[in-house]
Design a binder for this molecule. Structure first.
Ligand code: 13P
Length: 258
């Protein structure tokens, strides 16, 4: 059975010491019964991956990065490879977050290269897709999502696809306090599933995790996580508060996967 996944994307927040403290606080606030049912993932900034890895060792929490580069090594100043992430204890990598697409001009082609490299290294990519407010208002959002998925998954084999996690994050819901309505989320998750089924088959979509992200917090998590087709959440702001993040994970542990 699919296990729900609650992922915290700390973005560019927390100093080295704060990252250590936040991971300690999460360990003390999360119960074993939650971790028995739900995968809980922390994605700190690169600089704190080492200390968070050390802190969470043996706790059952999982570790991921927020980005990766698509080359193995060499003269790529400031970049981090998939192998480096593996060596630091990461199991997951967020790829194609809308903030990177928009602010750092990350293209679908780069995202596709990153997914290939990450899978080669044995990491799990969390592929972020989502439409802007303008694209939703212009009612072209399904086409946008289909293109993002198709381009990102170019030449990814069925066997590789079994490992890919999708995160649907409508850009208009990120950091705005305006989460998408449960019906909107379910409709988009169904659409994503249909697109992936067209690209692969139903065996893939039956086991594929689709997370929702965008203003998820401890107050709306129960409703969002209960929406049909939601297999977990990618949490930004609320993942920086141990109590809020653990409450979201607890909600996930109490809801059946649909
Ligand atoms: P917020 O939860 O702060 O809206 O951020 C969502 C997000 O971008 C997670 O990747």
């Amino acid at each position: 059975m699919r296990r729900k996944l609650i992922a915290g994307n700390w973005k560019m927040n927390t100093s080295y010491k704060e990252a250590e403290k936040l991971s300690k606080d999460i360990i003390s606030s999360i119960s074993k019964s939650v971790l028995d049912k739900v995968d809980v993932l922390l994605c700190p900034p690169f600089i704190s991956i080492g200390i968070v890895s050390k802190t969470i060792k043996g706790s059952g929490l999982k570790l991921g990065a927020q980005n990766v580069y698509f080359e193995n090594n060499g003269a790529f100043t400031g970049e981090i490879s998939a192998e480096m992430l593996v060596s630091a204890g990461c199991e997951y990598v967020i790829i194609g977050h809308s903030e990177r697409r928009k602010l750092l001009h990350e293209t679908d082609k780069m995202i596709n290269k990153k997914i290939h490299k990450v899978l080669e290294a044995g990491l799990i990519p969390v592929l972020c897709i989502g439409e802007s407010l303008e694209e939703r208002e212009d009612e072209i959002f399904e086409g946008v999502i289909e293109k993002q998925l198709t381009d990102a998954l170019q030449n990814i084999s069925k066997q590789e696809m079994e490992k890919v996690v999708i995160a649907y994050e409508p850009v208009w819901a990120i950091g705005t306090g305006l989460n998408a309505a449960p019906e909107q989320i379910s409709a988009m998750h169904r659409f994503i599933s249909e697109v992936v089924e067209k690209l692969y088959d139903s065996e893939i979509t039956e086991n594929m995790l689709i997370l929702y992200g965008g203003s998820v917090n401890e107050k709306n998590s129960k409703e969002i996580l209960s929406a049909c087709g939601v297999d977990g959440a990618l949490v930004g702001g609320a993942s920086l508060k141990a109590a809020a993040f653990c409450s979201i994970a607890k909600d996930a542990s109490e809801i059946k996967v649909t």
